[in-house]
Design a binder for this molecule. Sequence first.
Ligand code: GLY
Ligand code: MN
Ligand code: MN
Length: 476
Amino acid sequence: MSGLVNTCAHSSRLFLRSGWGALLLLALASLPFAPPATAQQRREREPNSVYAHRRAKLAATAEAPIILAGLAGREEDSQAYVFAQEENFYYLTGHNEEEAGLILLPPADSKAKKDDFQGPREIFFLPAKNPAKEKWNGVRLSPTDPDIQARTGFTDVRPFSEMRAMIEKLARFYPALYTILPYEKELGGYPHERETVDWLKMAAPQANLKDVRGNITDLRLIKSPTEIAFLQEAIDLSLEAHFVAFKMMRPGLWEYQVAAKMVEVHAMGGSEAEAYAPIVGAGPNSTALHYDKLSRKIEDGDIVVMDVGAQYSGYAADITRTIPANGKFTPRQREIYDIVLAAQNAALAALKPGADMCRKGKQSLYKISYDYINSHGKDQHGKPLGQYFIHGLGHNIGLDVHDPGDSCKPLMPGQVVTVEPGIYIPEENLGVRIEDDVLVTESGYELLSSKLPRTAQEIEKIMAEAAKQRPTEVKQ
Ligand code: GLY
Ligand code: MN
Ligand code: MN
């Protein structure tokens, strides 16, 4: 939910040690115990030419070298941790293994190139081959692999241990270096970013460090055809999971059982991870936006918010449906449901390039949804319902479920965003959110999640048919 603190994705990760300082120290230390078997996410990649094109576009936006670090693989102290690359690094390389580095230089033929540095314009750094480690964790790409150029799409792949010397050399040619400066908005920034900056300051103390985050964000905003295909896979798996949840839902189930079934549908369909912790909130829990305890036994009369999305090849779907536990909305639940649905439809009707997700202004889709909600229905005290729409209307999705991007900037063709109005009335144990994913097109939008019904009538019909098929002993 845009406008909220992002509790999905990175901020929920427990970063302990990361960055190159720790990496170099650890490389020197001999390990007395078996290293933890860090599994890796299975992913399809985009063609190497796509990543190369992105790097070229990015390099052309900077007048100095861009230096980026991948994650080290020791970011969490958990045996269940599965390595997943830092998203900006992945976006530019498609590389999903530990301890990699990237240097991009301004293109030799660009106006931005003011130096007389004669070296390569991009260098990819990988850990040296380590057969002993591979016995535990499996094979990794390394600079000495005979096919490394074809596999990575880089013509210059070097051992990671040479990266610092290269930075020191570049710092003699360039007064500035670009990297991702720590993102201060949440929790004081991520440790990986801070440690990368600290490491760069050690390697090139005289360099003026500049932020390249915005340049990468601008590229990530517009999705490539392969990214849209991956997003569609993630969305389709999520729709299938929601459909299964519609059919299994009944009083007596636990919230965690519904979530478990949905996760199973994702995983069996090829999703390598959840896009975020599944939210299945029944009754009072329907009013907690990012409820993830999943500890309630679902009761007759509960309304159930299910905000559950798959990740596919790194790309995150974000889908919410709200359904009645017993298959039939109460009149009050139905009233609120229909207001949220109409608020979503009103925003969709106006969604096209130039509109935005800002809280105010003439092009604001949020305002369209808010105004609809605030002018329909009342709370128990006769007050309008706008006060219960407590989050933003939507956000970009992509490698992150809350992909970067300014919600006040006009939407552009090629963006993929959520549209997710909601009303949450704790006093009535009544929360409703409907969340769909749309591709912005030249003339309007394409609803990528159109296969999953949204109207109360269709949802009740699916649930009634499923209840009829259920064996007698579990009928309500
Ligand atoms: N699933 C988190 C959100 O809707 O933003
Ligand atoms: Mn969302
Ligand atoms: Mn969501």
